[in-house]
Design a protein around this ligand. Sequence first.
Ligand SMILES: NC(=O)c1ccc[n+]([C@@H]2O[C@H](COP(=O)([O-])OP(=O)(O)OC[C@H]3O[C@@H](n4cnc5c(N)ncnc54)[C@H](OP(=O)(O)O)[C@@H]3O)[C@@H](O)[C@H]2O)c1
Length: 212
Amino acid sequence: MTTIGLIGAGNIGQAVARLALDHGYDVVLSNSRGPETLTDVVEGLGDRAVAGTSEEAAARGELVVVTIPLRAYRDVPVEPLAGKVVIDTNNYYPQRDGQIAALDDGSGTSAGLLQEHLAASHVVKAFNHVSSAHLTEHARPTGASDRRALAVAGDDDGAKATVAALIDELGFDVVDVGPLSESWRIEPGTPGYGPRLDTIGLREALAAATRG
Ligand SMILES: NC(=O)c1ccc[n+]([C@@H]2O[C@H](COP(=O)([O-])OP(=O)(O)OC[C@H]3O[C@@H](n4cnc5c(N)ncnc54)[C@H](OP(=O)(O)O)[C@@H]3O)[C@@H](O)[C@H]2O)c1
C-alpha cells in the first residue's frame, strides 16, 4: 500500500495525512468545497500530498479514511470504495450532526451507519477517540515504554489487521474492540474516549464502558 485517500481534510484528516506522509505514504486529501480550497493545505504537507475531489480520493486511495462530520456520511462515494478498507474516524455529536434515531436509542453505532452506506467496503473504526493534536504528539516507535494504544473495531478481520498494522507503523499499539456492533464502547462519553492509555488501560476502559 502506498497511497492513502482522505475524505475530509480538517483536524483529523490533516493529522492522519501528516503521520502517513512521515511514514512514506502518498496522500490524496478531499473536502466538501473542492480541491482548489485545499491548495495551502497540500502545499504545507509537501510533495507527496495532493488534493482531489472525494471521488478521486476514494478512487486513488488503496486505503481510504473517512473523517467528516457524521451528518454527511451519506455523501461518501460508494462505488470507488467497493472492496476497499475504509477507516472511519467519525463520532456522533447531536448538537453538530442533528438527532439520529438509531444512535439515540442505542440500536446502532455511528460506524455501523457508514458500513451500511458502504455495503461493499470493509469499514474499520479507528482514530476516533484521540484528538488530532495528540495523534501527532503521542506517536511513538514500537516498543517505546510510553506508547499509547488506539482501538479498532470492524466486522472483517482481514481489514482490521490491515488497519492495525498501519496504526502500529504510525506509532501506536492497537486494541481490538470487536465487531462494529461493539464500537459504542469507544464512542464519546466512554472511559476510553480521550485519555492517553496504554494497551492494558484501554482494555480496562473498553470493558468498563456502559451504553448510553
Ligand atoms: N477533532 C478531533 O480531534 C477529532 C478526534 C477524533 C475524531 N473526530 C471526528 O472525526 C471527524 C472529523 O473531525 P475533524 O475535527 O477533523 O472535523 P473538521 O476539522 O470539521 O473537518 C471536517 C472535514 O470534513 C469535510 N467535509 C464535510 N462534509 C463533507 C462532505 N460531505 N464530503 C467531503 N468532505 C466533507 C470538511 O470539508 P469542508 O470544510 O470543505 O466542508 C472538512 O475538511 C468528525 O466526525 C469528528 O467527530 C475528531
